[in-house]
Design a protein around this ligand. Structure first.
Ligand code: GLA
Length: 414
């Protein structure tokens, strides 16, 4: 059944790609079908899937250390309309990039393909390799997830493609397995050694809840968000840094080196998640100072995620906010993945009455902050934070109030 969902509400503050926020599943389906018909002449046999972007409330860089994270889905999403075609070639159109490409079924993405196309080719190729039943597809992609902002536009793209491709091939891919395929695509085709959080959040995240995820076992728990008392506001600094991917991989390497050190002390440790605060204190001085900082962040951040979940479950928003502030300082000083613009945004948030907590979110070196604000203070928060940012950084930011978050799945249409 079509579900009527009101996703992100964009305050009339600043217009960027975020302005193209859709309002309901029915509208999404209507628009994308019209577009498909304009492209291919009819929409017979078309299936539509969508998968949302995500924001991570807390748990920065813990996922690839088999730790805990607390993301939630957003109201913006990637929508994919597709149907099987006779030829052994996928014909793919991205509305956002105004580009068409052809990908031979089961082939690696060509070297000169645009980046978005390698996610498409990668997903289709992996599904084809695992299940051997993928036909050539006509595929139209529409997205209102901001790109490069750390809101998982690529994970949403992967999940939407996976859902529609599996549906058309009549194969069942369990959500966690689908998330793993998406992660594999990032590693193999985009060369970003990301954790599992983004794909899990986009594929499994539930409406009205955040997703408490144990990145070792992939166990999840839906954590209710007290929306009557807390509004989530995402602020995009507009900063996109080319070095972000290489710095991300560098942090992963540093964690691997720290892990190797602790494994020499105790063979039962299989991820930094297993290093207790006591063991860390006892042995930290055997490691270079930089690795000590990285490890300390991971250990303490895992604790903060668990404290945050407890706080949210008993409705203690002040305690949750306190964890967020601490998380930011740790990402800034110990993990060193923040940047001037993100620090300006978090400091400005601290000064605005009604702000319960704020931190950078995503991989870092640019992108967004996530803020928890008292609902009545949200409009003023947006005005003030944008003004403060412009004054300090001489560039505009964008604020997005998350009024509703959506779930991934097939979107019915008639
Ligand atoms: C990126 C990665 C995630 C995660 C975050 C940091 O979003 O894709 O796997 O590591 O950074 O928390």
């Amino acid at each position: 059944m079509p579900m009527l969902v009101l996703p992100c509400h964009l305050p009339p503050l600043n217009t960027t790609e975020m302005a193209r926020i859709q309002t309901s599943a029915a509208t999404v389906a209507d628009d994308v079908i019209k577009e498909f018909i304009r492209w291919r002449g009819d929409a017979i046999g078309v299936r539509i899937a969508r998968a949302p972007g995500r924001v991570n409330l807390i748990g920065g860089h813990t996922d690839y250390n088999e730790g805990y994270v607390l993301p939630m889905t957003l109201g913006c999403s990637v929508v994919v309309a597709a149907r099987a075609r006779q030829r052994g070639c996928h014909r793919v159109r991205s509305e956002f990039f105004a580009e068409d490409i052809n990908i031979p079924v089961g082939e690696m993405p060509g070297r000169n393909m645009p980046r978005w196309a390698s996610y498409v080719a990668g997903m289709l190729r992996e599904i084809h390799a695992m299940h051997g039943r993928a036909a050539g597809l006509d595929m139209l992609i529409v997205s209102d997830v901001p790109i490069g902002a750390g809101l998982s536009s690529s994970a949403a793209l992967e999940m939407a493609i996976g859902i529609v491709a599996a549906d058309l091939a009549r194969i069942h891919i369990p959500p966690k397995a689908m998330a793993r395929i998406g992660q594999q695509v990032e590693h193999t085709y985009a060369h970003v050694h990301c954790g599992i959080m983004d794909q899990m959040a986009s594929r499994i995240g539930m409406r009205g809840h955040a997703l408490f995820l144990d990145c070792r076992t992939l166990e999840t728990r839906a954590v209710p968000l007290a929306r009557d008392r807390a509004t989530i506001v995402i602020v995009d600094s507009g900063v996109r840094r080319a070095l972000a991917a290489s710095k991300y991989n560098e942090r992963r390497d540093e964690c691997a080196r720290s892990l190797a050190y602790f494994q020499r002390l105790d063979g039962s440790i299989s991820a930094l998640r297993d290093v207790t605060p006591e063991r860390f204190q006892q042995h930290r001085h055997g490691m270079p100072a930089r690795l000590q900082r990285r490890t300390q962040h991971i250990i303490e951040e895992n604790t903060r995620v668990c404290e945050s979940v407890k706080a949210l479950e008993v409705g203690d928003l002040a305690a949750f906010g306190a964890c967020m502030w601490r998380s930011h300082v740790s990402l800034q000083e110990l993990y060193e993945v923040s940047c001037h613009e993100l620090d300006v945004l978090v400091e400005a948030a601290r000064e605005i009455p009604g702000t319960l907590g704020a931190r950078m979110t995503g991989g870092g070196f640019g992108g967004c902050t996530v803020n928890v604000v008292q609902p009545s203070a949200a409009p003023q928060f947006c005005d003030r934070i944008l003004a403060a940012y412009y004054e300090a950084c001489h560039r505009p930011a964008t604020a997005m109030v998350v009024n509703e978050n959506i779930e991934a799945g097939i979107v019915p249409w008639t």
